[in-house]
Ligand binder design. Sequence first.
Ligand SMILES: Cc1ncc(COP(=O)(O)O)c(C=O)c1O
Length: 392
Amino acid sequence: MLPPVNSAHRRTLGPIATPNRLLLGPGPSNAHPTVLRALARTPIGHLDPLYVELMGEVQELLRYAWQTDNRLTIPMSGTGSAAMEATLANTIEPGDTVLVAVKGYFGLRLADIAGRYRANVVTLEKPWGEAFSLAELEEAVATHRPKILAIVHAETSTGICQPMEGIGDLCRQHDCLLLLDTVTSLGAVPLYLDAWKVDLAYSCSQKGLSCPPGLGPFTMGPRAAAKMMARQGKVPNWYLDVTLLNQYWGSDRVYHHTAPVNMNFGMREALRLLAEEGLDSAWARHRSNAERLWAGLERLGLELHAPEHLRLPTLTTVRIPEGVDGKAFTLHLLNQHGIEVGGGLGALAGKVWRIGLMGYNSRPENVDRLLNLFETELPAFRPAGTPAAVAV
Ligand SMILES: Cc1ncc(COP(=O)(O)O)c(C=O)c1O
């Protein structure tokens, strides 16, 4: 006889009814309606020949989005952090020196993960709102002789885009792998992985690609693959082991884990839409909408945190004016207007708002709607006696 069912945790709920928010924060961003329709399709088997064909399409289109010929280009099952961890887990051997160029929150995460794989982690730090010069990186690489230099291209915590000129050559000269975080740039900000001589990169599904969160695009070039293949022991993370995953994504199609098939339906559609628009058009769209936002915010008397030449088109950091409760304003936007804007992270907590214009959301009407709210609603959050903002 089975015991009676314990109903202590049983709840009678209505069907899910989440609101339609406009997500203009650091991510996730709204997914494209075509992507959402793809997600709702009936799953097919993860070894079905049609699914196998779709896997190839996703790989090919990811190569296009990243401008790489890397064979080992796959969407990791998991969010961007899973793909981030995969780049490090597969290539670090205990004691390897990993140099992490930290100029924001996600650089710190890279350093944390590298340490967990028993790397000798060395960090090179910059204030949150600056980028590294080639000379600074050159000096650090020459001093520490790392096996891997890890750096964030688009730092979501600061809104800074790292200039890439010369970094790949520097790494080749010192026999070091170049690892690049492209979570907030893929599909939205110019990226040329092969021309930049990047050996390892990762991204996410929920920003420039207009998908919900759940997949972490991952790519590994031949130099990184050689290091992985030469390692002494097994990759110390079973789920993210690219030597095993490659047997499923390569021609053998050996089962590793059940692929999140519907997420890959969505990814396939998102990448198809990106290819249809064309990478250069998508990059130009992000740039022009970001410029519209920057000009509008500055006309309102607000100060942008990132210097213009380093500003990311996908993520804008705006300094919270003196005396304004930044959190109260973002809560007001969310509760009264259904718009999400992010707060600051780490060293910038309480100091900036973070406005994302990514993928499907990078549109002039979204910019204008938000600027209008900054103009009409922010004055009520300013301390009494503050001069009124200049009209847009
Ligand atoms: C630059 C950067 N790296 C890594 C991550 C981690 O990605 P996820 O949150 O999808 O795991 C994020 C998330 O926003 C990010 O902005």
